[in-house]
Design a protein. Structure first.
Lengths: 254, 356
């Protein structure tokens, strides 16, 4: 079966695209699917940092094409695995198109059900090429902040112009959940309802105050994370996204 | 001349790539920013210290595009270096084939818009140096065999003679330009210049120039591609420092860079300031060279210690200029330089051109 591409996209930087992409990939894998995670934020390839607590194999290369490694059962590819943290990748023009030639899924990739793609912020030649070459749908990520909402609207307008399907919006850092009474307090002024967003609001993610939340992702999705509202919201998001992406063929977690 | 600031972040611009590759006959191509070495994926930009390089995918396979470094960007030098490389390829040495330039006679492109010189050669896959004595021996043997082919070529094709001592002095004299107000660097410049000049003069008086031939001029582990299927060298690369000199030049550089200099991981960047020579690695390189080319070893033997002093002093100067060695440690280098020739003699004993 041809892999379905899920582009985690946000026009604004720092809204949590990578955190959502990584957690979503593992939440989807938890439901029994073969999942890939492709990091296309070439200026800030942070996915390896979010899985640094996992054992796995880094990406390899064949015929100058990058093959994904594997961490926690998810096939994973990111520049961050082979560009040192203190080095900034500089990819423009022919170097950018060449890097995409090397990074985008090729015939050497394993067979996967879903590939979650962590897209860079903004909109550039990279976005145009990826949306043109890979068939999939966008899951937009934003925070409730006015500036983020405005930039999200701009980005979705471009996607509509290109005819790229948009599943909806994930609202990150929407609210803080009190550890005692479980009440929800908006974090950035308001937690918007569906009418304030230019697309369907799929999920509102709470701010996760767990220390080092991004490390050791599978442990947070496993039984040890029972009761964690962020993890529960990610599981709910995965269920909703899969239903739209793959229909009723979505397998349940064992 | 000090190294120019790298304003292009070690990349070629699209228009530059189009012009230069079209001049080589390739109007359709792709750039490959990443490649694999020893199973590790690397960014080629990070592997080059002196010249921009790019891997390009062409209709004729993967090629290495390289800009001639600033310190040898002279048409006569480029013509000589590329002719030498081509002659070695034709002689059956493991030297990558260079693509012909626009005229079909030269093996480089002179981009008149930028004024820069470029070569395009076959990419040869392989592995990097494993830091073992076996690899040092393999390297020595490959350089020794290359010297046999090089010795058959006329030295008149090289526009200038540049001994290992002259090369070292040229780099050492950059120290006061880079650090005009640093007292320790001033001391290093003085002691390095006088030490290298003294050993050069002794070597010249002892017949150093009696056995001159074309040499590689930059023998180091990162200018050799090791065959990853069988013991041997898949490619000798980077002939930017080709010159006419005593074979001791390449032998001494080999000892210094395989058996003395400390590197950082898979890069050609320098690590800690080297202390002693690794006698096993140095011995392996010299034996490898001697087995492949006993004649050149015999004539070079009396001068290797002197050439090592020059090569090592140049390495230390590069270390300071490139920032690998902190300025706070320069006085350690001031103490080390006068001991370099003795360091070699204490580690390697050569009698009648053979290791004792």
């Amino acid at each position: 079966m041809t892999a379905r591409y899920l582009f985690v996209y946000g026009n604004k930087g720092g809204v949590g695209k990578t955190t959502v992409a990584v957690n979503l990939a593992f939440a989807i894998a938890e439901r029994g699917h073969d999942v890939g995670l492709l990091d296309l934020d070439l200026s800030g390839p942070n996915i390896p940092d979010l899985v640094s607590g996992l054992h796995g194999e880094p990406p390899t290369m064949r015929d100058f094409r990058v093959l994904p490694g594997e961490y926690g059962g998810v096939a994973m590819s990111s520049l961050g695995f082979f560009v040192a943290a203190e080095h900034a990748p500089y990819l423009a023009g022919r170097y950018l198109s060449g890097a995409l030639d090397q990074l985008l899924p090729s015939e050497h990739w394993p067979s996967l059900d879903v590939v979650v793609v962590d897209m860079p912020p903004g909109f550039s030649d990279l976005h145009r090429r990826v949306f043109d070459e890979l068939e999939g749908a966008v899951l937009a990520v934003s925070t409730p902040h006015l500036l983020a909402r405005q930039d999200t609207s701009r980005g979705l307008e471009l996607l509509a112009h290109l005819g790229v399907p948009v599943l909806g919006i994930v609202e990150n850092l929407a609210h803080v959940v009190c550890a005692h009474c479980r009440s929800e307090t908006p974090l950035l002024g308001f937690s918007g309802g569906g009418e304030t967003w230019p697309a369907t609001l799929i999920e509102s993610l709470p701010f996760d105050s767990t220390p080092d939340q991004a490390v050791n992702v599978p442990a947070m999705l496993g039984s040890a994370s029972a009761g964690n509202p962020f993890r529960a919201a990610m599981r709910s998001c995965a269920s909703t996204v899969l239903k739209q992406l793959m229909g009723e063929r979505d397998a349940q977690a064992s | 001349m000090l190294k120019p600031r790298d304003r292009q972040i070690s990349t070629f611009g699209d228009d530059e790539l189009d012009r230069v590759l079209s001049a080589f006959g390739f109007d359709t191509y792709g750039v490959l920013p990443f490649f694999a070495l020893n199973g590790t994926i690397l960014d080629l930009r990070r592997r080059t210290e002196t010249a921009r390089k790019a891997l390009v995918e062409t209709s004729a396979g993967v090629k290495v595009l390289k800009q001639t470094p600033w310190y040898c960007a002279d048409e006569a030098l480029v013509r000589m270096q590329t002719q030498f490389q081509t002659d070695l390829t034709l002689a059956g040495e493991p030297v990558p084939q260079l693509e012909s330039g626009p005229s079909g006679e030269s093996h480089y492109v002179h981009d008149e818009f930028s004024g820069q010189f470029f070569t395009l050669q076959t990419y040869v896959p392989g592995r990097s140096w494993s830091e073992t004595a076996d690899d040092a021996a393999i390297a020595g043997a490959a350089i020794g065999r290359m010297h046999l082919s090089a010795a058959r070529l006329p030295t008149t094709m090289v526009p200038a003679t540049k001994t290992v001592h002259d090369s070292a002095l040229g780099v050492i004299d950059l120290l006061p330009l880079a650090y005009p107000n640093d007292d320790a660097v001033t001391r290093l410049h003085h002691v390095a210049r006088s030490t290298v000049a003294r050993t050069r003069d002794r070597a010249l008086e002892s017949g150093y120039r009696d056995a001159m031939q074309i040499v590689h001029g930059d023998v180091n582990p990162f200018n050799l591609v090791f065959d990853d299927e069988r013991p041997g060298i898949a490619a000798i690369v980077d002939f930017d420092n080709t010159c006419v000199d005593n074979p001791a030049h390449d032998i001494a550089e080999g000892v210094a860079r395989f058996g003395w200099l400390q590197y950082r991981g898979l890069s050609s960047g320098y690590g800690a300031v080297p202390s002693g020579i690794d006698p096993i690695a140095a011995d392996a390189f010299i034996r490898g060279f001697a087995q492949a080319n006993p004649t050149a070893m015999s004539t070079a033997a009396p001068f290797i210690a002197s050439a090592f002093c020059a090569a090592a002093a140049e390495i230390l100067a590069i270390g300071v200029l490139s920032g690998y060695y902190p300025l706070a440690n320069v006085d350690d280098l001031v103490d080390l330089v006068p001991r370099l020739e003795g360091l070699f003699q204490a580690s390697i004993s050569l009698e009648n051109g053979r290791i004792a």
